[in-house]
Write a protein that binds this ligand. Structure first.
Ligand code: TRP
Ligand code: SF4
Length: 326
């Protein structure tokens, strides 16, 4: 029997960081074992909340090299760039015709832009339509499963509603996909806010050991432990969340020594930094091998684009026939 299809994408907002690695990437890599996987760089979605393109090409390259260095294997998975597949633009328009605006206005990501960012009437049409483009990305490749972070669940729900509505009107044309939630805990930035490029609180896969040591040294620890002599509360410490991932073998000792004020935060962070550096070593090693072959990334993406175009054009044809657009 054919393998089930997995598909997911990431927006090229800059190089990938530990939040990406633990939040989605490890899952993407593992899924390659059992599924027919396609992963793509969502460069059209890049424009939903920004209107400049200065660094876009560089970011697309950064993401591609980070994905491959982290274990996405171009021999097993298809890696492509969203904007290179014209069928995505085409199907997006068709799906937009059957999508009620109310579904889109109810999305938390959209509401956030309108209320919290205070953008009100100036929010772009593309931002409103973000879930329609995402639905397009998914259904155009007949994906069965979509590995995503929790924040993307509302978009997945809209995707499934679009599929049901489309099939209700035009017949059984589109496959209804399912979300695959990543079981890992969300890593916060070094300042305990969401890990994000715009906050400058991220540890990047490509950071040097010195950069990692300095970022980790500045991490905010247990706020209830102002002095080393005070007892610590690992469960309220962001550094401990990292230790759970990077020092899982020594976790109980760390917790115990922290609670008894035997382990100081400086020492604890020093140990964490070395563990992170060690974990990133193989990724960095692969990155430098890839950097020595400048055409490799381009070749991978060109081959991936070709496969994605083939798969997308099959679905688009099916849709156009169902909509009597032939
Ligand atoms: N919205 C996703 C994110 O920001 C990126 C994305 C775009 C995506 N299209 C997709 C993810 C399709 C999964 C499937 O992370
Ligand atoms: Fe956090 Fe480690 Fe300090 Fe405990 S010792 S409060 S776990 S940094």
């Amino acid at each position: 029997m054919d393998k089930k299809k997995v598909l997911s994408g990431t927006r090229p907002t800059g190089p990938l960081h530990l939040g990406h690695l633990e939040g989605i990437l490890r899952n993407w890599v593992n899924l390659q074992e059992d599924y027919d996987c396609s992963y793509f760089i969502a460069d059209l979605h890049y424009f939903t909340d920004r209107s400049e393109a200065k660094h876009l090409q560089e970011f697309v390259y950064d993401v591609a090299i980070d994905l491959i260095s982290s274990g996405i294997d171009p021999k097993r998975a298809t890696l492509f760039v969203q904007s290179h597949i014209p069928q995505h633009y085409q199907l997006h328009l068709l799906l937009s015709m059957i999508t009620p605006v109310g579904w889109l206005e109810r999305c938390p990501t959209y509401k956030e832009q309108v209320s919290e960012m205070g953008l009100g009437d100036s929010v772009g049409y593309g931002m409103l339509g973000y879930p329609v483009l995402m639905a397009t990305d998914i259904v155009i490749h007949d994906a069965d499963f979509v590995p995503i972070g929790e924040d993307q669940l509302p978009h997945m729900e809209v995707t499934r509603e679009i599929v049901r509505r489309f099939n209700g009107i035009f017949g059984d044309v589109l496959k209804e996909p399912q979300a695959l939630l990543t079981p890992v805990r969300r890593l916060l930035g070094v300042d305990r806010r969401k890990m994000s490029k715009s906050y400058g609180n991220a540890i990047y896969l490509k950071d040097s050991p010195e950069q990692i040591r300095s970022l980790v040294a500045n991490m905010i620890t247990d706020p209830k432990r102002p002095r080393k002599e005070d007892v610590g509360h690992p469960d309220e410490c962001n550094v401990y969340t990292y230790q759970e991932i990077y020092n899982s073998g020594r976790l109980e000792e760390i917790a115990e020594d922290c609670r008894k004020a035997k382990l100081g935060c400086k020492e604890c962070k020093g140990e964490l930094a070395e563990a992170v550096i060690k974990k990133l070593e193989p990724i960095k090693e692969r990155r430098s091998q890839l950097e020595a072959k400048p055409d490799f990334i381009t070749d991978v993406l060109v081959a991936g684009d070709k496969k994605a175009k083939e798969s997308a054009s099959i679905t688009l044809k099916r849709v156009m026939e169902a909509m009597k657009l032939t």
